[in-house]
Design a protein around this ligand. Structure first.
Ligand code: FES
Length: 110
């Protein structure tokens, strides 16, 4: 299984796809991504919460390539992730919740 925050060409250094540049004053929300405790901000979507820590949301079930959503508005179906219990979530249309436990590898969407 690939590490959740791996990005090709970064020599093992995690690189997030999204960077917060304008605000950070909202309440912190703790969640777990692939077993790693992380923090998002209240009002973040799951997509934002994950991509501020990772370069991808999931791997394509067809090509195996990393995916990070496409439309960001609930239309393309490219942002499915799962909870550790197996519930599927559309990351762009679901708000992060305290204690949410997410898996973004292909195994999470089996
Ligand atoms: S990014 Fe298109 S449905 Fe979520």
């Amino acid at each position: 299984m690939k590490p959740s925050v791996e990005t090709p060409g970064t020599a093992g250094k995690p690189k997030a796809l999204l960077q917060r540049v304008a605000e950070g004053g909202r309440k912190p929300v703790g969640f777990v991504l692939n077993g790693q405790p992380l923090t998002a901000l209240a009002g973040d979507t799951v997509l934002t919460a994950v991509l501020t820590h990772s370069a991808r949301l999931r791997f394509s079930e067809f090509s195996g390539e990393p995916r990070a959503g496409f439309c960001l508005m609930g239309a393309c179906q490219d942002c499915w992730v799962a909870t550790e219990s197996g519930k599927r979530l559309r990351a762009c249309g679901t708000f992060i919740e305290e204690g949410m436990r997410l898996v973004t590898g292909a195994e999470g969407l089996a």
